[in-house]
Design a protein around this ligand. Structure first.
Ligand code: PLP
Length: 258
């Protein structure tokens, strides 16, 4: 009997379809997994900016996750924009009940257009509740700096391991490097893996982080080892950036091409 490989995203909705839940589901479909969602917040946004944000109640976030697990147990889960401390706590509690496997946490803090997407106390709640249970955390340079207070990627990764994260991928997509973008993976075994990709010259970067964390979750759900899943996720994003580089969608930062 044919079966889908179900993957769950817990994240915010992006009305313009480039990031958040919409990017996650598009990525999951492109890879051949079955995408499911628990929405934490609605954002009214387009490629130019984020207008309004409204959080979903923590109870409703929990109910969505419970409903999914009661019927279709996901082979991997990713989290994106978690919006508030009570939502972070609700997500950690319910994922703890379901003994989630393959949990990828993208600690989304600021939108591509510069809008803050998470309350300050939600960051501390994430550290306390989600860090001990996650499989992989995928901060960009700014998020790594906010979480660790250091500006060196290796020290950031080591500090995040000290804070309880099993595996850490510090992304370099937002670095100033012009030829290559380098991500650093520090594994639970203490191995360092450097992942280099040619820099893609494009304004169309909206949804890059969401796409990467979703792709990694999918490859883990399919059964690849964590380092291989990260490598394949990065290849997926680089291809999506290249293929969307010259496409015009809206007037601002257009989306990557899923
Ligand atoms: N989640 C939501 C709902 C967003 O609106 C955004 C950015 O606008 C993000 C996550 C983060 O997007 P990115 O993948 O570009 O880091």
């Amino acid at each position: 009997m044919r079966r889908y490989i179900p993957v769950l995203t817990i994240a915010g909705s992006d009305s313009s379809g480039g990031a958040g839940i919409q990017a996650d589901i598009k990525t999951m479909s492109a890879i051949g997994c079955y995408g499911m969602s628990a929405i934490t917040a609605l954002t009214a946004q387009n490629t130019v900016g984020v207008g309004a944000i409204e959080g979903v109640s923590p109870m409703m976030v929990k109910a969505q996750i419970d409903a999914v697990f009661a019927d279709i147990s996901p082979a991997a889960v990713k989290t994106g924009m978690l919006f508030s401390a009570p939502i972070v706590e609700a997500v950690a509690e319910v994922l703890g009940h379901h003994c989630v496997k393959n949990l990828v946490v993208d600690p989304v803090m600021v939108s591509t257009s510069g809008k803050r997407l998470i309350a300050d106390d939600a960051v501390e709640a994430m550290r306390r509740t989600l860090f001990p249970m996650l499989t992989l955390i995928t901060p960009n340079r700014n998020e790594s700096e906010a979480l660790t207070g250091c500006d060196d990627p290796r020290r950031q990764a080591e500090e995040l391991r000290r804070q309880g994260c099993a595996n850490v991928l510090v992304k370099g997509g937002d670095s100033d490097a012009v030829d290559f973008k380098t991500d650093m993976l520090l594994t639970a075994d203490g191995d360092w893996i450097e992942l280099k990709a040619d820099a893609v010259d494009t304004p169309n970067t909206h949804g890059t982080g969401c796409t990467l964390s979703s792709a990694i979750a999918c490859y883990m759900a399919i059964g690849y080892s964590l380092p291989r899943a990260v490598e394949m996720g990065k290849l997926f994003v680089t291809r999506a950036l290249r293929s969307g580089a010259k496409v015009t969608t809206g007037k601002g930062h257009g989306p990557v091409d899923h």
